[in-house]
Design a protein around this ligand. Structure first.
Ligand code: ZN
Length: 141
């Protein structure tokens, strides 16, 4: 059993940011900030596994395969090789799927289109030496 707030991170990527010495801290911070953007916290991700991988992500629902969230399995997969840092991956978007009721696969929640919330998240990332949020994080058809 995972302790409250404890989640697993698997790094299967050659992205340079994923090999920085502080990558675990950076990921933890990106997860916490992204969860807060959705009105939650790291506690909501207890027992989850977040996989960072290169190349397209297999996902049965989404045609755009930069990320995938399996709510039943509590597993999130995030494409990593196109981002300059963890903040620039689709992680903040996938965390929305993890936290919203039933994963909101159709993006019906108004939060997906809350530009102000995305901007505040991006500002927090950039102020802390991170990188801009992947545009797909903000909006997806
Ligand atoms: Zn989505």
């Amino acid at each position: 059993m995972a302790r409250p707030g404890q989640f697993c991170v698997e790094l299967h990527t050659n992205a340079p940011w994923a090999h920085a010495p502080d990558v675990r801290d950076r990921i933890a911070e990106a997860v916490a900030r992204s969860a807060a953007r959705w009105g939650g916290s790291t506690l909501d991700l207890t027992g989850w596994t977040i996989v960072f991988q290169d190349g397209e992500v297999d996902c049965n629902v989404l045609w755009r395969r930069t990320g995938c969230t399996d709510v039943a399995e509590r597993k999130m997969t995030v494409r990593s090789d196109r981002a300059d840092c963890v903040d620039g991956t689709v992680l903040p978007h996938e965390i929305g799927h993890a936290l919203l009721p039933l994963g909101d696969p159709m993006h019906w929640d108004a939060g997906w289109h809350d530009d102000g919330a995305w901007e505040r998240l991006e500002d927090a990332f950039v102020a802390d030496g991170g990188c801009p949020v992947e545009p797909l994080s903000a909006w997806e058809p």
